[in-house]
Write a protein that binds this ligand. Structure first.
Ligand SMILES: [Zn+2]
Length: 188
């Protein structure tokens, strides 16, 4: 089978893990995996087993930006973000139920602790979670840029401390903080 990613290499039978068969391109090193093979492998894994190795290992993964065609059906594969803290996206073909991982992306999935959640990554819930996290991260980055890192971390500490108080005390403390002259006999 021709590699649809680099369009040069051949996809040859290989294994991603001992009992996880795949096809690997002899040119670009990309891996093509059938979902049913992944599920079979997944069912033999202890929870978290697939997650823990590789942590701390530097991962050098390629990310193909262009649309990828499924090596089997020729259909355009859909790109799915893995987590909110990486731009890496993995490709999925629903017609052939297969996954394309660029070179190093399997190691990246392991490092991110999501190698045993590959089937969830293609779900609407997973993608919605990533979008929500991304929006939060963007908001936080804007605040840090505006306030400075030190001010922002202090602000977070103060917020935590305020929310540890009773509702009544919290209200008193907030008005103390925002009042121009909090000890003035005149209110506000
Ligand atoms: Zn290739």
């Amino acid at each position: 089978m021709k590699c649809t990613s680099c369009k040069t290499g051949e996809l040859l039978p290989n294994t991603l893990e001992e009992t996880l068969p795949c096809h690997t391109c002899n040119n670009c090193g990309g891996n093509w995996i059938k979902l049913e093979d992944y599920i079979k492998w997944h069912n033999t894994q202890q929870p978290q087993q697939a997650v823990v190795d590789e942590i701390g290992v530097e991962v050098d993964a390629i990310e193909s930006r262009q649309a990828l065609l499924c090596p089997e059906t020729g259909a355009i594969m859909t790109k799915f973000k893995i987590t909110s803290d990486t731009d890496h996206r993995i490709d999925w073909c629903s017609q052939s139920a297969s996954i394309w991982l660029d070179k190093g992306e399997w190691e990246l999935l392991k490092k991110k602790g999501v190698a045993d959640k590959l089937n969830q990554i293609f779900s609407r819930q997973w993608q919605a979670k990533i979008m929500a996290e991304t929006a939060r991260n963007t908001r936080e980055a804007q605040l840090i840029e505006k306030l400075g890192e030190e001010n922002y971390s202090r602000l977070k500490l103060v917020r935590t401390w305020l929310h540890e108080q009773s509702d009544e005390n919290k209200a008193i403390m907030i008005s103390f903080l925002v009042a121009r002259d909090p000890l003035s006999p005149k209110k506000g």
